[in-house]
Design a protein. Structure first.
Lengths: 442, 311
């Protein structure tokens, strides 16, 4: 077996196959083409792999169980971006016209790639879902008709984390110190604006600590935090090796793990397991809960893994990022299903699927039908709310798994967040010369 | 004016106001520097023996760590996994010598350098295809807890890494200075053709030096892998070693250690005390800036050999 792998590895390495790896697509005729811009290689692969497995497994399950969506088989194909913006654009260009009707919907799994594709989506008329990533102001669907930020944005995540800290501190953050340790990239900088607004509103001190990619070395950062600043809480917007390194360095300067809270991309098994004991007590915000017992996962096991068609290892099912990949695929599939209800059960164009995503209503009843009750909270998308009002929940690593330590938290979207989304989106519209749609007419 | 104060005066005020904290940062930086030196040593070995900058050293660190952690994950005891990994690194060195280096004997160094870039991509892809790209945990049982000495916080893991690096340097110094093979390696580095003419077997020497560099990569991979988990990012630790090499010189083993200490301490002190004046996150590029500043005064690096050629 190992010899076979070695031979295969030698051949694939020799032909430089690591840059772009495609999962063999189903036949190109008579189906709905769904591209998967994922990463299974590069420095961020440990986080990218379980998401890609979950995303692909869900479509495989739909094909096996239901013959696709509405009887239309899903033609799923992967392209490896290696979390690299130019490769992401290359994958997009390579896949956008594939299948009978072109690409249905992209999920780039990268804020950088999201930014790089914004203009192309508009001209190619292909929708994109940035589930728990991307640019937050794309929530304003009148300006960003092709981008969907459901179920939560980073701004909403920062608000929910702050709400949680406030509750932990007895309802006031006045005079408290919160440090933000962030990946020094478009992704990592996303929550700064929200946290700065909240610092003024709630009266806490915010200190910023950028960590250059990939975040292998953070000793100076953590000496400053743990030995000099001594904040009440540290919030982390990290990815990849940065997360486990931060957990270890925090422990090394004696910073308490239960006062250390990560965004969802900082809180998964691929971060906590390598950090060992240092991760015990670490908290993370989630918008999709981990867990192996959700009915949708039972279907994946029965219809995919029991037939040896799974993309990953069976033990990966139920982990944080795997479940997030499943939920992301549900959002894409639901958009296709809603569009089919209007346009007919046939392969649909990106434009038609865009309408479908804009009319997703994942009510409690629909979530139950899909086998997702408790994994994700209800989401309802509309023309001017592409985020759909998703909620956030806090989890804590106990050394072997995640405990839920809060109720679902509703970010303050009716207050300052909405105003921030609108202000930023209108600024973008002005810069790009976009005339916002009138959502009251849709 | 405020900017100049924050850049020039405030850091010094901070250092003298909080001397214990400054000492912690300094010691933390020195210990980080040792970890950089572990990677830098591999570069030095190959450059010293063949005059080639081995771009693949970072990939070799990842490759060795992947095999070691992978063998352990298959249920083998650590010592068997270590022996097998050593075997893999020896095999790798012999293959590189036979397939890549031998056909390039007497070619300009830039050609050999380009070949090492190819080796990098091959090793990155090959290692991950065999063992996958998921993170593998490598638990050496070294505690990560902080210890206080007179109010100064020191990380136990970093202390162990310093001892490992020190031992490695001592062993390499003896190997290069006191053994026939070591002297032969140095002769080959000076001139391939001259070495051949006095009967030094170039092919064997190259295989030996790549083996030794692979074993140094294994040690670095184990230490960094225990710190970060074994994953693709390990290949990028080479980026932390480059300023160490520039500063310490490409041909000096003690230079790799001293360079590591200076870079480690310099970047940590800069990040903690000077970075706030310019927005933070400076330690990566500051290391290169520090190394380049040294080059202005010693182009061959602190301990590099000064080459004088007749023209």
């Amino acid at each position: 077996m190992l010899l076979k792998k070695i031979t295969l590895a030698a051949v694939s390495a020799a032909i430089g196959a690591t840059a772009l790896i495609s999962v063999p697509a189903v036949a190109q005729e008579g189906g709905q083409y769904v591209p998967g811009t994922v990463y299974r290689s590069g420095p961020y692969a440990p986080g990218g792999i379980p998401w890609a497995d979950g995303y692909g497994d869900y479509f495989a399950m739909l094909n096996e169980r239901d013959g696709g969506i509405g009887g239309v088989p899903i033609l799923y194909e992967e392209c490896d971006t290696a979390y690299n913006n130019d490769k992401g654009v290359e994958c997009y260009e390579r896949m956008k016209n594939k299948g009978p009707t072109g690409a249905s919907v992209f999920q780039p799994l990268s804020t950088g790639i999201t930014y790089a594709l914004l203009d192309r989506l508009r001209s190619d008329k292909i929708p994109m879902i940035t589930s728990g990533l991307g640019r937050a102001d794309a929530t304003i669907g009148s300006v960003f008709p092709w981008v969907f930020t459901l179920p939560v944005t980073y701004w909403a995540g920062a608000d929910a984390i702050t709400q949680y800290i406030k509750a932990e501190e007895g309802g006031s953050l006045k005079g408290k110190k919160i440090a933000l340790v962030y990946h020094d990239s478009a992704y990592g900088k996303e929550p700064i604006k929200t946290l700065e607004a909240l610092a003024v509103k709630e009266g806490f001190q915010l200190d910023l600590f950028p960590v250059p990619h990939p975040g292998l070395e953070q000793k100076a950062t953590w000496l400053k935090i743990g030995r000099q600043l001594r904040p009440d809480y540290v919030v982390m917007w990290g990815w990849g090796v940065m997360n486990s390194t931060a957990m270890k360095e925090a422990a090394a300067v004696g910073f308490p793990a239960d006062k250390f809270i990560g965004v969802w991309w900082s809180g998964s098994e691929v971060d906590t397991v390598p950090a060992g004991d240092a991760a015990k007590g670490f908290k993370a915000a989630q918008f999709v809960l981990p867990g192996k017992d959700f009915p949708v996962l039972k279907d994946v096991r029965t219809h995919v893994y029991d037939k040896n068609k799974g993309m990953g290892k069976p033990e990966e099912i139920g982990s944080v990022i795997y479940n997030r990949g499943i939920a992301a695929a549900v959002l894409s599939a639901e958009g296709i299903k809603v569009a089919q209800d209007k346009y007919g059960k046939k392969p649909l164009t990106g434009e038609e699927i865009r309408w479908g995503i804009e009319n997703i209503d994942l009510s409690p009843e629909r979530l139950k039908e899909l086998g997702l009750t408790g994994m994700i909270n209800p989401v309802k998308v509309s023309c001017n709310d592409h985020e759909g009002g998703g909620d956030v929940i806090m989890t804590q690593w106990n050394g072997t798994g995640w405990d839920t330590v809060s109720d679902w938290i509703k970010p303050d979207r009716d207050g300052y967040l909405r105003a921030m989304y609108e202000e930023s989106a209108m600024q973008y519209a002005k810069e790009k010369g976009i005339e916002p749609r009138d959502c009251s007419k849709e | 004016m405020d900017f100049l104060y924050n850049l020039l005066i405030d850091p010094l005020v901070q250092i003298f106001t909080y001397p214990i904290f400054a000492l912690e940062v300094l010691i933390g930086g020195l210990l980080s520097g040792v970890m950089y030196s572990l990677v830098a040593l591999g570069f030095v070995l190959i450059f010293k023996a063949s005059g080639v900058f081995n771009f693949a050293q970072g990939a070799m660190v990842l490759f060795a760590a992947l095999f070691f952690a992978g063998f352990i994950d298959t249920g083998l005891p650590w010592y068997i996994a270590l022996l097998l990994t050593i075997g893999v690194m020896v095999l790798l060195a012999m293959t590189i010598e036979r397939v890549v280096l031998r056909p390039l004997v007497n070619q300009p160094h830039i050609i050999l350098f380009m070949a090492t870039i190819g080796i990098t991509y091959f090793l990155d892809g090959f290692g991950q295809t065999i063992w996958g790209s998921s993170v593998r945990v490598l638990d050496l049982g070294i505690p990560n807890n902080p210890m206080e000495f007179g109010g100064v916080l020191i990380n136990q893991f970093d202390m162990v890494a310093a001892v490992v690096a020190g031992t490695l340097v001592a062993a390499l110094a003896v190997f290069f200075q006191k053994t026939r093979v070591g002297r032969a390696l140095r002769a080959v580095a000076d001139d391939h053709q001259a070495a051949l003419s006095v009967g030094i077997p170039l092919k064997t020497i190259w295989a030996i030096v790549w083996t030794v560099a692979g074993l140094v990569g294994l040690v670095a991979g184990i230490m960094w892998g225990a710190k970060l988990g074994v994953q693709f990012s390990l290949a990028m630790v080479a980026l932390k070693a480059l300023p160490v090499l520039i500063l310490g010189g490409f041909t000096s083993i003690p230079g790799a250690i001293i360079g590591g200490l200076i870079i480690g301490a310099g970047e940590k002190l800069a990040e903690v005390f000077w970075a706030p004046a310019i927005g933070g996150g400076i330690e990566d590029w500051f290391a290169y800036m520090l190394a380049l500043a040294f080059l202005l005064f010693r182009p061959q690096g602190l301990f590099g050999e000064k080459i004088i050629e007749r023209v």
